[in-house]
Design a protein around this ligand. Sequence first.
Ligand SMILES: [Zn+2]
Length: 363
Amino acid sequence: MNLSLWVGLWLLFVPIISWASFSPPPKPFVVVIDAGHGGKDPGNRGNGYYEKKIALNIALELGKRLAKEKNLRIIYTRKTDVFVDLIERANIANKADADLFISIHCDAHSSQAYGAGTFVLGLHANQRNFEIAKKENSVIFFEENYEQNYDGFDPNNPESVIGLTLMQETYLDQSIAAADAIQKRFVKNLKRKNRTVKQAGFIVLKYTYMPSVLIETGFLTNTKEGAFLNSKKGQDDMAKAIADAIIDYKKNLALTVAEDLQTETDVPSVNKAEERMSSSSVDFRVQIAASQKQVGHQSYNWKGLKGVYSEKQGKVYRYFYGNTTRYSTAKEYLDTAKGKGYSSAFIVAYKNGKKIPLEEAIQ
Ligand SMILES: [Zn+2]
């Protein structure tokens, strides 16, 4: 067989063979594990323990357990006792295009409070949640350029937190699902007191572009819980519960995607035609906030913005301003909202009452 014929046949068959026997490896599920504090920032020192050490031990053990899973990649924001800026922790996760960001901490309180809590970014519903976020956020004072890096954010000012919440909006539902999975495992595996999933303005969660969760693994200030968290067994148990939860979350995520695909293929063609015909019914709105808390629509609740309306989706209320079929008008609404102080407001598109990607709507 001459060479060119051989090459020709090879070129003909190789794609068929490889198509038939090797599908491309699926993109790994990337988890960024963030051990809170480190280096010059010890974290809380309840009962003389070091939050930074406990958080790191749990983080490393969690990574070790997850590394055994197929198709899962682990990235740490720190693996040793070093100080890392909060913004840098988010940058590491964003650069890795991670699927999940998990920040690990320990709580402290002047009482004998105990229990594990899991947080997603949002408006704090009460003073206690604000205090937890304030404590964790105050680590930015260890950083050199915190005023520039965090857009003038002031951890001590409850109002300052409001502007934080919108970046994570896109991932809120998934963040809550991940947090919920973690909380369930704490209760199921470890019979820990369920402090439930809560929202608060944690700055480390603001700058990530993926579902993000902060875990307060327990109170170092509580005599029993502090000793548990400072022990090898306690740290291993916590790491195992979190690892199990991440695997639960990943599995459920795969199921949801499969269900979506299922319904899509089930749609009869006539419905598809109807859908195409009504494709003109796209409307644009400016989303200014999202919260698990219901907030009245009166303008005094919204920095003087009139005509704010909301929609409840799942457990979350989304707050909108303006409604128009023209993208150019939506941009004017956006300018108005920003002018009132909603600096991270953004335009969303809806078609037949369902949220669709903005790029699709503009086309
Ligand atoms: Zn902490």
